[in-house]
Design a protein around this ligand. Sequence first.
Ligand SMILES: Nc1ncnc2c1ncn2[C@@H]1O[C@H](COP(=O)(O)OP(=O)(O)OP(=O)(O)O)[C@@H](O)[C@H]1O
Length: 259
Amino acid sequence: MTLTLKSLSFGYRGREIGHGVELSLASGEVLALLGPNGAGKTTLFKTMLGLLPVQAGEVLLDGKPLSVWSRRERALRIAYVPQAHATPFPFTVRDVVLMGRAAHLSAFAVPGAHERAVADAALASLGIERLADIPSTEISGGERQLALIARALAQEARIVVMDEPTANLDYGNQMRLLAHIRRLAAQGLAVVLSTHNPDHALQAADRVALLKDGRLEDLGPTRETLTLEALKTLYGIDVVIGSVPGTAALVCAPRLAPP
Ligand SMILES: Nc1ncnc2c1ncn2[C@@H]1O[C@H](COP(=O)(O)OP(=O)(O)OP(=O)(O)O)[C@@H](O)[C@H]1O
């Protein structure tokens, strides 16, 4: 299962946000999209998912334009974790996760034991099975984020697009989610996620894509691409990147000016 963007222009009616994006996502890889606020990450994701029309160029799913796939066929192949949003409807968390199964059911079919088992397994894989019967209007922002991730996992798609999936999570849940994302890639899923934390890209991504003003500044293997110069260009601040003693991991920190 591949997702390919060719000379993609994206944006809103009468307003181009980005153009010239060339990108291919393959099974088994994690790609992190980084870029400043307003760079166009969410708009790019929504265009990759077919939620916004392509302005120019192409989005190809398994070599065929996204538009030739039905909504159901797309949902069977690509899952989306949007930025966490509050819903006014008091669905239980399990019901929210069961919505991820919609593409697997025929119209008007009621989710059965299998669907509930898949939903409960998705909740358990993120350690939030205790929330299953709680109204989604009565959970925290981070719990809502995890519920939306569980909904995407329950969809059992081969490509998962996650918009800032760690944004509302506590430190432990951030790390557990990144480890889970690596496991999904090891199972052959393709994951593309946006993040404002370069460390998360260093920890979990095989490749990074750097988006600025709607253009891909660079795209390549994480350690080669996420350099001091690249981070300075992207965010306008000086950083240091160093290794964690006793491990192969790299971490990034701002280089603070002396007071
Ligand atoms: N519905 C909309 N109609 C018109 N312009 C929009 C709409 N939504 C967002 N924009 C504009 O598109 C640009 C890119 O927004 P987008 O949300 O894609 O950025 P982002 O990189 O995801 O930002 P952030 O990191 O702050 O979440 C912004 O300038 C924003 O004002």
